[in-house]
Design a protein around this ligand. Structure first.
Ligand code: NAP
Length: 464
């Protein structure tokens, strides 16, 4: 893919970038590797100061950053500002908590003292997607840098200006330049980086295909990976639920980022007695949402990030309808090759249809009928993915019991599924492995080292 900023609302290319050569990339890697030898020696307080300044700069530049996201991938500016503020909060969270999360943990053994010590791995490569161009990167970078690692960012090819703006924020905040660099490279150079011993680990957020490819290369190199991949999350509505609130939240969840969120609710699994009412209310809420220019304050959803993504979504919908899915609300593209995609609702979703088997990464709501709560759990789990599911019921105990049965990285009962610094985020099955955020996220890219200290001058016992 060319590295270029393309405005999906106007269809114009804003800026083109020449991809870095391997020589340039390798030179940056060399600097990063050298920085990885000195950065861990800085104190947590020093790193926290930089992270807090980054948070301040994010807040100060929120309008400019929101504008960039609107221009490069179509996110409405109001949502963009919220994303920037979330990034600032994440920087502050790790500035505050990293030291506590990585303090030596004493473990009682036969030693006079034994403990787990957390030490950074070195250079970590981050391969990131365009849908939350700042948040995806910050939720990797803030914990990784606070832990003493050094980051190299290979961002999606359609958001180079966001990638450079974030690099500038960390540098302006006082981070040594070599500790975080944006590499303007295509995915072709990822393999070369991963086979270089100076890169110690990789995290990828993106599609299943990209995840499988990167993990295979990293696996052959015995390198740690974290994969945050796609989802087709269930949003279960039981007959006793507050259907009005569930339908309102369903519309909001499905339309987050023009439907291009990994944890957007995608499969609405509804008990039979309330399915008609749910569809009718969902339709009302979706039709009330205002599309438009992402730079306008009043716009509620913008175009999809690229016209080819909208074309692919249309194909998935058409194939599913040809295989028996029923159209409850007809939106979609005005014509092929355009990025705006109005909401669609499909029902009668059955195995064998693309809508049943695949992730639909855009504003298409799939409604499935459940015979009972058990049937709803069965349908929820009959998916290759498992990222962030939801359950709506008047009985929170029942919701909790169902949450335990659902195969998913997270389940929210009676609430919108969201990410937040305090709770771990990640998937099971084809949605990936490893966790970001919380104390688990910062412990992904550290050596969890056991240190065992015997008694002074103790005779050495023979052990295995
Ligand atoms: P994508 O095509 O997989 O791209 C993601 C990143 O991977 C980009 O930087 C891309 O670079 C790179 N890439 C693609 N193929 C690669 C390969 N073979 N080797 C190395 N790097 C490769 O995904 P996307 O379309 O941008 O994002 C949408 C997907 O991401 C959806 O499936 C969504 O659910 C998932 N996602 C998951 C999460 C999560 O936290 N679980 C969050 C957001 C999105 P180029 O741009 O240069 O191709």
């Amino acid at each position: 893919m060319p590295i270029e900023s393309y405005n999906p609302h106007t269809g114009r290319v804003l800026r083109r970038f020449k991809a870095f050569s391997w020589a340039k990339t390798e030179q940056i890697l060399g600097h990063a590797h050298r920085a990885a030898a000195t950065w861990p020696a800085t104190t947590f307080a020093h790193r926290a100061g930089i992270m807090r300044r980054a948070a301040t700069l994010l807040r100060e530049r929120q309008d400019e950053l929101a504008r960039l996201m609107a221009l490069e991938m179509g996110k409405p500016v109001t949502d963009g500002r919220a994303e920037v503020l979330k990034c600032a909060a994440c920087c502050e969270y790790y500035a505050e908590s990293a030291e506590g999360f990585l303090t030596d943990e004493v473990v009682k053994t036969d030693a006079s003292r034994s403990f787990i010590s957390y030490q950074p791995l070195g250079v970590v490569l981050a391969v990131m997607p365009w849908n939350f161009p700042l948040w995806q990167v910050v939720r990797f970078a803030a914990p990784a840098l606070m832990a003493g690692n050094v980051g190299l960012l290979k961002h999606a090819s359609n958001v180079p200006q966001c990638a450079l703006a974030l690099e500038k924020i960390f540098h302006d905040a006082g981070l040594p330049a070599a500790c975080f660099r944006t590499l303007l490279i295509g995915s072709d150079l990822v393999e070369k980086l991963l086979t270089d011993d100076r890169v110690r680990a990789v995290t990828l957020t993106g599609s299943e295909g990209a995840g499988a490819s990167v993990a295979a290369i990293a696996g052959a190199q015995i390198k740690k990976t974290v994969l945050e991949l796609g989802g087709s999350d269930a949003f279960i509505v039981l007959a006793d639920a507050d259907v009005a609130l569930a339908a309102k939240t369903a519309a909001q969840s499905r339309m987050i980022n023009s439907g291009q969120s990994c944890i957007a609710a995608k499969r609405f699994i509804v008990e039979k007695p309330v399915i008609k009412e749910f569809i009718s209310q969902l339709k009302t809420h979706l039709l009330a949402m205002r599309p438009g220019d992402p730079l306008e304050e009043s716009t509620q959803y913008g175009p999809m990030a690229r016209p080819d993504l909208a074309d692919e979504l249309t194909q998935q919908v058409e194939d599913s309808v040809a295989a028996g899915a029923k159209v409850e609300l007809f939106g979609g593209q005005a014509k092929p090759g355009t990025a705006l995609f109005r909401p669609v609702i499909l029902s009668n979703i059955k195995p064998g249809q693309r809508a049943y088997e695949e992730e639909l990464f855009g504003p298409v709501a799939l409604v499935l009928e459940a015979k009972s709560a058990d049937d709803a759990v069965r349908l929820a789990n009959d998916s290759r993915f498992g990222l962030g599911a939801g359950v709506w019921t008047a009985d929170p105990k029942k919701g909790e019991a169902m949450a335990r049965q659902i195969e998913s990285g997270a389940v929210f009962v009676n609430g919108l599924v969201k990410s937040m610094p305090e709770l771990p985020f990640g998937g099971v099955k084809k949605s990936g492995y490893g966790r970001e955020l919380s104390y688990l996220g910062i412990r992904e890219f550290v050596n969890q080292k056991s240190i065992w200290i015997g008694k002074e001058a103790a005779p050495t016992a023979k052990t295995e």
